[in-house]
Design a protein around this ligand. Structure first.
Ligand SMILES: Nc1nc2c(c(=O)[nH]1)N[C@H]1C(S)=C(S)[C@@H](COP(=O)(O)O)O[C@H]1N2
Ligand SMILES: [Mo]
Length: 221
C-alpha cells in the first residue's frame, strides 16, 4: 500500500503517540482477562466467601420502628415510607454478585426487598431528574444516575440469606445496586433526593468515580 492510499489530512500525531506509548506500557490493564470466570468476575476483583463490613465506623442502631425513608426533589409525588408502609410494598427475591472497590467480590447473595421501580412508579421523577443523592442514617451519601436505578435488578433490601439484614450490613434496610461498585449500595438508607445535575457523595468527593461501573473498572476519578 502506498501512502497515496491512505486518507489525507492531519492526524492527531500527539494523541496517537500517547496511545502507542500507553499500549506499550500496558497502562490501565489489570492482567486478569485470562481468568476463565471473566464473564462473572470484573477486572481486578478477587472472590471472597465471607461478607466484609465496610462503612464509616458509625453504625446506627435503628429499630424497625425508628426507620423511615423519605423521597423528595425533582419528583411529582414526594413520599415517606415508615416500616409498615415499606413492608406493604411488593416484595421480590434477588440473587446477585457484589463487587467492592477494595477488590473483593461476593457471589450468590440472596436478598428480599422492594423493587426500586416500585418507588420510581410512586414518586414519578420529573423530566429534569437526572441523578439520585442517597443519604443514610450515619451521614453517608452517594450519588447514582437515575438510569442506574431504573432497572429491575435494583432494590431496597431488608433480608439477606433468609434473615433480617443485620445492623452491620445496613439493617433494617439498605439500597442494593449490584451492577455498580458496592459503595453505591447505601446502608441504613434514610433519604433520596432527585437532582437535576450530578453532585458527588461522600466517597465521590474523595476521589471515587461518579458512576462506578466495575466492568469498566471505574474505581477512581
Ligand atoms: N450508610 C453507609 N452505606 C455504605 C457505606 C457507609 O459507610 N455508610 N459504605 C459503603 C461501602 S464503601 C461499601 S464497600 C459497602 C459495604 O457494605 P457491607 O458492609 O454490607 O459489606 O457499603 C457501602 N454503603
Ligand atoms: Mo467500599
Amino acid at each position: 500500500m502506498s501512502d497515496d492510499d491512505l486518507p489525507h489530512g492531519d492526524v492527531n500525531a500527539k494523541l496517537i503517540r500517547t496511545k502507542e506509548q500507553w499500549a506499550k506500557e500496558g497502562r490501565a490493564l489489570t492482567g486478569t482477562s485470562a481468568d476463565p470466570n471473566q464473564m462473572r468476575r470484573p477486572p481486578g476483583q478477587r472472590v471472597t466467601t465471607d461478607f466484609p463490613v465496610l462503612d464509616l465506623g458509625l453504625q446506627p442502631n435503628l429499630a424497625q420502628g425508628d426507620w423511615a425513608l423519605s423521597v423528595a426533589g425533582q419528583v411529582t409525588q414526594p413520599l415517606k415510607w415508615d416500616w409498615a408502609t415499606f413492608m406493604a410494598q411488593p416484595q421480590l427475591s434477588y440473587i446477585n454478585d457484589i463487587h467492592c472497590v477494595t477488590t473483593w467480590s461476593r457471589y450468590d447473595n440472596l436478598w428480599v426487598g422492594v423493587p426500586m421501580r416500585t418507588l420510581l412508579d410512586k414518586v414519578k421523577p420529573l423530566p429534569s431528574a437526572k441523578v439520585l443523592m442517597v443519604k443514610s442514617y450515619d451521614g453517608y451519601a452517594t450519588n447514582i444516575p437515575l438510569a442506574d436505578v431504573d432497572r429491575d435488578d435494583v432494590f431496597i433490601a431488608h433480608t439477606w440469606q433468609g434473615k433480617p439484614l443485620d445492623r452491620a450490613h445496613g439493617g433494617p434496610a439498605r439500597l442494593v445496586v449490584p451492577h455498580l461498585y458496592f459503595w453505591k449500595s447505601a446502608k441504613w438508607i434514610r433519604h433520596i433526593t432527585f437532582l437535576d445535575r450530578d453532585q458527588p457523595g461522600y466517597w465521590e468527593a474523595r476521589g471515587y468515580h461518579m458512576r462506578g461501573d466495575p466492568w469498566k473498572e471505574q474505581r477512581y476519578g
